[in-house]
Design a binder for this molecule. Structure first.
Ligand code: NAP
Length: 345
């Protein structure tokens, strides 16, 4: 019989890629969304919208989780649902704590009550390292979260470990460093850059507004990160793993590569908030700084050390940043040229 998996947050970037990955492995997939009607653009782009059994779930309500597990009876649960926007978490710290933090406990309680043999994956975040204590960060690096989002994720991380230690449930926490793709939401800086660059190329947008250009991030390719989730749940031993590329690039470099893919060379002029990115060929300003986009408390250099995942799961990143940017820009250009059908909200 086919294995059955439940993916919370299946309408998000990772949920869509994980659903596709597991379907290809022969799983039967149940996936949850929060907002009705479900936003299916990602599942549609991957051609699997009609292959996922969709259910509504709000992680703010405990009863929902129990009822869902009783109905679906999954062997594996992947908890990808979250209020995942850092900026929103500063505006809505309580709701973020409820969904991204306590939501994990609600699901784990449901697992314990309905079937403690369920294997459980929690999507933890590099943001938990925040004001970093060492570079690169591994599973042993102390945490210092710098946003309500990261603090909620830290609760989710420790409650996942706690259910493993106290109840002997097979739970794994993946400390995921940033991972991007053409399915990333437009609110995230990488996709904002690739989408804007493609629109500027097509003459549909004038400028791209960004915050701190010098922030460096460890950016991987999302489809590879969902494979790591599955590897964790299908390993003989439950444990926690950093999933990362081990390389960091600045937002500035990301911008240069994105425009470069479109044959636009950027030259930088000015300093600080006055800095501007100029299209060398036309002399037009295409990138400007918007101080409102700076974070209230910036994070330090987040670079992950995924050697434990390499050693114990055989996982390693394959896609270079150059290739990732190219994949994202080309896909955005294609969408725009074909009438922007699946750009999502
Ligand atoms: P995403 O695109 O923001 O998707 C979030 C999902 O959570 C959506 O399906 C959303 O449903 C659902 N959701 C929101 N509020 C909910 C609630 N109250 N109850 C139940 N579901 C709710 O996230 P992603 O980029 O795929 O990331 C997947 C997970 O990995 C998240 O937990 C994220 O925090 C974590 N993570 C991601 C990264 C990264 O770089 N992508 C890095 C570290 C950790 P609707 O579509 O209905 O709103």
């Amino acid at each position: 019989m086919a294995k059955r998996a439940l993916i919370t947050g299946v309408t998000g970037q990772d949920g869509a890629y994980l659903a596709k990955f597991l379907l290809e492995k022969g799983y039967e997939i149940y996936g949850t969304y929060k907002n009705y009607p479900p936003n299916l653009w990602r599942l549609s782009e991957l051609g699997i919208a009609d292959k996922v059994n969709l259910r509504e779930l709000d992680l703010q309500t405990e009863r929902n989780c129990t009822k869902l597990l009783q109905e679906v009876r999954p062997e594996e649960v992947y908890n990808l649902a979250a209020q995942s926007y850092i900026s929103v978490s500063f505006e809505q710290p309580v709701a973020t704590g409820e969904i991204t933090g306590l939501g994990v406990a609600r699901l784990l309680e449901a697992v314990r009550n309905v079937n403690p043999d369920i294997r459980f994956f929690q999507a933890s975040s590099n943001e938990m390292f925040g004001k970093v204590r060492e570079v690169p960060q591994s599973e042993d690096t102390p945490f210092h979260p710098r946003s309500p989002y990261a603090i909620a994720k830290l609760y989710g991380h420790w409650i996942t470990i706690n259910y493993r230690e106290v109840y002997d449930i097979f739970t794994c926490s993946g400390i995921l460093f940033n991972h991007e793709s053409p399915l990333r939401g437009l609110e995230f800086v990488t996709r904002k850059i690739t989408y804007s660059a493609a629109k500027i190329k097509e003459g549909l947008q004038e400028k791209l507004l960004l915050g701190n250009l010098n922030v460096r991030m460890d950016w991987g390719y999302a489809p590879e990160y969902v494979e790591a989730m599955w590897l964790m749940l299908n390993n003989p031993q439950a444990d926690d793993y950093v999933i990362a590329t081990g390389k960091a690039y600045s937002v500035r470099e990301f911008v240069e590569r994105a425009f470069g893919t479109l044959d636009i060379e950027i030259v930088w002029e000015g300093k600080g908030e006055e800095e501007r990115g100029i299209d060398r060929r036309t002399g037009r300003v295409v990138v400007e700084i918007d101080p409102r986009l700076f974070r209230p408390a910036d994070i330090n250099l987040l670079i992950g050390d995924a050697s434990k995942a390499h050693r114990e799961l055989g996982w390693a990143p394959k896609t270079s940043l150059e290739k990732l940017v190219e994949i994202m820009v080309k896909e955005d250009l294609r969408r725009i040229r074909s009438g922007n059908r699946f750009n999502g909200p």
